[in-house]
Write a protein that binds this ligand. Structure first.
Ligand code: PEP
Length: 262
């Protein structure tokens, strides 16, 4: 098992979510482009979350670089008769250090409950894989003004089961559902307000463990809006879907993060 070294407490994270895109040939070109332009960043940890079958490919291309890789889901159980599931130990076998959990595309299409997501969150933590927990509201919830209630409830599902301390050394990505894949990102002010809410809700962890909880923004991040979003004090970087599939756009977003942290 290869677990690679990553930067100690980077100021920013930029995480690529490839979703269900790619093939061996395309991935190779994209990963090689990432390596060429994104290694050696001082302030930013770059992470690529690939579909399960390509973990070995990511490991082989990235293992001697400072770019980390991860998956987009894991099973809530350790092992056993769960056909089609992939365990955290399997992810670790391929050097995965991060896992996206609770992405709205999964929560909606595969009816993942908040409790299920909480169990997966703990499973990742138990085996030293950093969870990237996605939280966010629908457009209807935002228009009704209940976005903080919704996000608060998503966080409470974990706090109620495992306590607030489990958020140390984790990543939360605020992803308004209406902004994912729509080209309509949250404004810096909208993101700032929600990040403030999350940070205050988890202040007990933030106070004790200082920089160990990172709160990212996700939802139609592109090279243009990244510059403004990453300059917001409470935003520790981004989770990037579509633009992570374009080497140049992803590079520009990572450099925006790097610059904002200087
Ligand atoms: C995502 O998949 O988490 C995401 C934010 O996608 P996009 O950047 O395409 O909106």
């Amino acid at each position: 098992m290869t677990m690679k070294q990553i930067k100690k407490t980077p100021k920013k994270f930029v995480i690529a979510n490839w979703k269900m895109h790619g093939n061996l040939k395309q991935n190779q070109a994209l990963l090689e482009a990432y390596v060429k332009t994104l290694t050696g960043l001082k302030n930013t940890q770059v992470v690529v979350c690939v579909p399960y079958p390509y973990l070995a490919q990511a490991q082989s291309i990235l293992q001697s670089t400072d770019i980390a890789w991860g998956a987009q889901n894991l099973a809530k159980n350790e092992d056993g008769p769960f056909t089609g599931e992939v365990s955290v130990l399997m992810l670790r076998d391929f050097g995965a250090e991060y896992v996206i959990l609770g992405h709205s595309e999964r929560a909606t299409a595969y009816c993942e409950s908040d409790e299920n997501i909480a169990q997966k969150f703990m499973m990742a933590k138990k085996y030293g894989v950093t969870p990237i927990l996605c939280v966010g509201e629908t457009l209807i919830e935002r228009e009704a003004g209940v976005m903080e209630l919704k996000v608060g409830k998503q966080l409470d599902a974990i706090i109620d089961l495992y306590g607030i301390e489990v958020f140390a050394d984790t990543i939360i990505s605020y992803e308004p559902i209406w902004a994912i894949g729509t080209g309509l990102a949250a404004t810096p002010d909208q993101a700032k307000a929600m990040h403030k809410f999350i940070r205050e809700k988890l202040s007990a962890v933030v106070a004790v463990h200082k920089n160990s909880l990172k709160i990212l923004y996700g939802g139609s991040v592109n090279p243009q809006n990244a510059v403004q979003l990453f300059l917001v004090k409470n935003i520790d970087g981004g989770l990037v879907g579509k633009c992570s599939l374009n080497a140049q756009e992803f590079e520009d977003i990572c450099h925006a993060a790097e610059l904002s942290a200087e």
